[in-house]
Ligand binder design. Sequence first.
Ligand code: F6R
Length: 368
Amino acid sequence: EKGGYEWFMTKEIEEQPKAVADTLLGRLDQDGHLQLDEMRLTDDELREIDKIIVIACGTASYAGLVAKYAIEHWTRIPCEVELASEFRYRDPIIDRSTLVVAISQSGETMDTLMAIRYARQQRARVLSICNTNGSTIPRESDAVIYTHAGPEVAVASTKGFLSQVVACYLLGLYLAQAKGVKYGDEISSIIDELHQVPAGIQRMIDEGDQVRKLAAELVDRRSFLFLGRHVGFPVALEGALKLKELAYVHAEGFAAGELKHGPIALVEKGLPMFVVVPPRARDQLQEKILSNIQEVRARGAYTIVLVEDGDDSVVPFADVVIRLPKVPTLLQPLVATVPLQIFACELAELLGHDVDQPRNLAKSVTVE
Ligand code: F6R
């Protein structure tokens, strides 16, 4: 039930602190070792893994992009991310030492299911990250990490996405632990940092009026761009997808470094441009995104900048500043995505659209 909310989506956005906390719950034993109880692959089997391929569709594929940054950083195992609908058709190089990670909220997405069936035929090991107990994809996997987001009813994924991102971090840390690589030792401190994140998500929800007002101001715009670097890039893609599917406006997310390779031609006076700024700790990334913001601003873009507390470097070039709590770079998507979800939800509502059931879309896509 909607429990007093107008939309399931609003309710599900507000459930995100709990979805993240519940996905983290009980994963560390007394000795600070990470436990994933639905993991049916032994440490020996995991140590044989020399390549990871993440497959998913839509929003789940953006969780996969975040996973790539975290998993490669923590485990030093090469990790590719691919749309499930493309994977089977390109003759991928996979064998017994490949771990295929399928991410699916519903566990029923046909493209993802077909991709894991193909991967298993090629003898790859398959681990799925799923929110629906007993659904087809986890049933057909060698191992499962369940996200504990609770049922997601709105077609547009919100708490499903954040909990997928958390499960991807857990997988990365677990593999690091199994391999005994450098970051293995830091697992409990990263888990501690993850436990702080629900409070940060809650703050973004509490401060939602800022983006709701912004949506009212921009309600007549027909095009929006989203810019990000590093893990801010998948956040930009997710912000754009939410806006397309809910508000039916043109929205495009891209990697900030690609700006001058094409998208900057779209910039004209008044074009709203969301920019996700990486934490200040990432000096080099910061400097570059700062110049990207200046470039689009000089061409008249209306810049809406998401930046962590205390970082004022971008303020002179921002028409709107959305403050984010300070979190480690890799974890920033968990807080930065929230205002973009709220913005899309509000814009759709202002335009009179059905937020929970956007036109032409289904909650689970069971055809290829
Ligand atoms: C977007 C959205 C879709 C799903 C995609 C995969 O808001 O909900 O893009 O993420 O259809 O669905 P699952 O995760 O169920 O496989």
